[in-house]
Design a binder for this molecule. Structure first.
Ligand code: SAH
Ligand code: SF4
Length: 314
């Protein structure tokens, strides 16, 4: 832990970037075995936010001093590229960076959003084992996800990979293959969180990921990719009351406070226990206090990836 903390402080300083999360739709055409939003889960009350609602969350992000808005959803074709492009433009006009986490979409859609000003795209690889990947994400192939990550980077996006610890079926408890894949791909961002079983999925009775293993993985990625931006994930905070703090102490340098309106939040149930009806202003205050306690400060500006800044200068 101490070494990961030192490496983060040396390469990224003591700034923690705030990325305000807006969960814009919980419709999903995929059927991932691990996720509560999977297509076959009929218990989910589905919603899709309207452009003006998303923009008003972004205005709140601006007001609170966050540098980035993350738009996340299930893989929802109903959230059309044409509808989102002007929303992205609107957020960019507020002077904020935009990260997208909308699943696998068409190349033209990625392009339209990039042209509208989107900066980053999160597409966790989930597991580096192609066979397990095909089992966990029926009808999907790891090779396609990796090809999308390469395409997104070519288009100029900063890209994020990552995985869950303790996934059922993952024999490789040390996640060696995941680390190797990320060492090769050198993503700008890495998201690692524990798998949390959702009762209305085929994995409802499985064991979840462990705190210690998740922290160990975050620390190992920090040592391997000193400049990568890494969130101390909400899943980690859900698993343990000190999870968010521990993540930061083990090398994470990003937090993702939730800005989703209260009326939708409880329906964005990727995993259970996450839908705390937090007031965004309270969450902001408690995060700033947490940082203060461990000698960290809220980052200023968009908090772009250093790899990306270098690529841009070339
Ligand atoms: N639909 C998009 C983005 C939303 S899901 C996508 O899948 O890329 C965001 C992430 O939530 C996924 O990448 C997955 O790693 C994580 N996730 C899904 N189910 C989970 C669970 N039960 N516990 C913890 N994390 C989960
Ligand atoms: Fe859909 Fe993402 Fe959940 Fe898979 S992980 S079911 S793509 S929301």
């Amino acid at each position: 832990m101490a070494r990961a903390d030192q490496v983060r402080r040396k390469h990224l300083g003591n700034a923690v970037h705030f990325r305000g999360l807006v969960e814009i739709s919980n419709h999903c055409r995929c059927n991932c075995l691990y996720c509560g939003l999977r297509r076959d889960n009929e218990k989910v009350r589905r919603y899709r936010m309207k452009p003006e609602e998303i923009l008003s969350c972004a205005r709140l992000a601006k007001k609170l001093g966050y540098g980035t808005v993350v738009l996340q959803s299930g893989e929802d074709p109903g959230c059309s590229a044409e509808m989102l492009a002007p929303v992205i433009r609107g957020i960019k006009r507020m002077g904020l960076a935009v990260t997208l986490s909308l699943g696998e979409r068409e190349a033209e859609e990625y392009k339209l959003w990039k042209d509208a000003g989107a900066d980053r795209y999160l597409l966790r690889h989930e597991t580096a084992d192609p066979e397990l990947y095909g089992y966990l994400r029926p009808g999907r192939r790891l090779a396609d996800r990796l090809a999308d990550l390469i395409l997104l980077r070519q288009m100029g996006y900063q890209v994020g990979m990552g995985f869950m610890t303790g996934l059922p079926g993952a024999e490789d408890r040390g996640c060696r293959a995941d680390l190797k894949l990320m060492r090769e791909m050198r993503p700008d961002m890495v998201g690692i969180g524990p798998f949390i079983p959702h009762p209305d999925t085929p994995f409802g009775r499985e064991q979840g990921g462990e705190l210690s293993e998740t922290l160990r993985m975050i620390a190992r990625v920090r040592l391997m990719l000193p400049y990568a931006h890494m969130p101390s994930t909400t899943a980690l905070a859900t698993l343990h009351p000190q999870g968010r703090l521990l993540g930061l102490q083990y090398g994470a340098d990003v937090v993702m406070p939730n800005l989703t309106p209260a009326e939708y939040r409880e329906d964005y149930t990727i995993y259970p226990g996450k839908a705390k009806p937090y007031d965004p202003c309270n969450e902001y205050r408690s995060l700033v206090k947490l940082l203060d306690e461990c000698g960290l400060v809220m980052g200023k500006g968009p908090g772009h990836s250093i790899f990306y800044e270098r690529r841009r200068k070339k």
